[in-house]
Write a protein that binds this ligand. Structure first.
Ligand SMILES: [Mg+2]
Length: 250
C-alpha cells in the first residue's frame, strides 16, 4: 500500500471510530433521562437540604457562617482564633453540627447562637430562575430540611428566587435542636411532615446526612462538585438544576 493509501485508510478508521463514539454518547444521553426518571417515579415528597444544596458552594455563603461561628466560640469560650476554629470543625465532625457540640459540651442557648451566626450578607447569592422552574415542575410535596434554623432558610430561599415553591421549611429547631445525621432528628421532622419515607427522595451536599434517609427507604441524591460513592448514595449530582432538569424534562 502506498503512503497515500495508508493515510487514507487511517483517516477512514478514525472517522468510523469517531462516528461510533458519537452514536454511543447520543444513546447514553437518550437513555439517561428516562433511567433517572424511572428511579423517581414513585416519589411523592421531595426533601431538600439548604446550605450548599439549594445554592452552589462556589457562592461561599457558608464561609461567612463559619467565620461567625468561630468568632462566637472565641468570645464565649475565651479561645484564640486557631483553637476556636479547631473546636468548631471538630464539633461539626463529631456531632453533625457545631451547635450540637456546643449544646452537648457547654450547654449553650441555641436560639441566640443561631441568630448570631446566620446574621450574614446574603448578596453573594443570586436568583436561579432555571432551578426555580425545575423545582416547581416536581410533582407532589416539596420541603426543605436544614440543620440551620427556618427563619434563616427563608432568607436564603428569597435570595435564590425560590420563595413560595416549598410546602414546608424545617430547621434544627423542629427536632429540639437535634441535628441531621441523628436518626431521631429525621424521625421527628419526617413525622411532623407526615411523609412516607418509601415515597420520598432527599437531596443533600453532606453525604453523612443521607445514611439514615437511605435506611428509612428514601431515594438519595448527593449534590456536590465531586462524587463520594457510598452504599447509601443512590445518585450523585454535580449540578442540582441540571439533575432536576433530567427528572422533569424541563
Ligand atoms: Mg448542606
Amino acid at each position: 500500500m502506498t503512503g497515500e493509501g495508508r493515510e487514507f485508510r487511517k483517516a477512514a478508521c478514525r472517522r468510523l471510530r469517531e462516528r461510533r463514539q458519537s452514536l454511543a454518547a447520543e444513546g447514553a444521553a437518550r437513555y439517561a433521562g428516562p433511567m433517572v426518571q424511572n428511579s423517581f417515579s414513585h416519589v411523592e415528597t421531595w426533601v431538600f437540604d439548604l446550605d450548599n444544596t439549594l445554592y452552589p458552594p462556589a457562592m461561599r455563603l457558608f464561609d461567612q457562617i463559619e467565620q461567625k461561628m468561630t468568632a462566637w466560640v472565641m468570645r464565649e469560650l475565651r479561645l484564640d482564633h486557631g483553637a476556636a476554629n479547631h473546636l468548631r470543625a471538630s464539633y461539626w465532625q463529631l456531632y453533625g453540627t457545631t451547635l450540637a457540640g456546643l449544646m452537648r459540651e457547654h450547654r449553650i442557648d441555641p436560639a441566640g447562637y443561631l441568630a448570631e451566626v446566620h446574621d450574614i450578607d446574603f448578596s453573594v447569592l443570586r436568583p436561579d430562575p432555571d432551578l426555580a422552574r425545575r423545582i416547581a415542575a416536581l410533582p407532589g410535596r416539596r420541603i426543605v430540611y436544614t440543620n440551620a434554623d427556618a427563619p434563616y432558610a427563608h432568607k436564603v430561599l428569597a435570595a435564590r428566587g425560590l420563595s413560595g415553591l416549598f410546602d414546608a421549611v424545617y430547621g434544627v429547631e423542629h427536632a429540639g435542636y437535634l441535628p441531621k445525621p441523628e436518626a431521631a432528628a429525621f424521625e421527628t421532622v419526617f413525622g411532623l411532615d407526615g411523609l412516607n419515607p418509601t415515597r420520598a427522595a432527599m437531596f443533600e451536599d453532606d453525604a453523612r446526612n443521607l445514611a439514615v434517609p437511605h435506611a428509612m427507604g428514601l431515594r438519595t441524591v448527593h449534590v456536590a462538585p465531586s462524587a463520594d460513592p457510598a452504599p447509601h448514595v443512590h445518585h450523585h449530582a454535580v449540578d442540582l438544576s441540571e439533575f432536576l432538569g433530567r427528572l422533569t424534562q424541563s
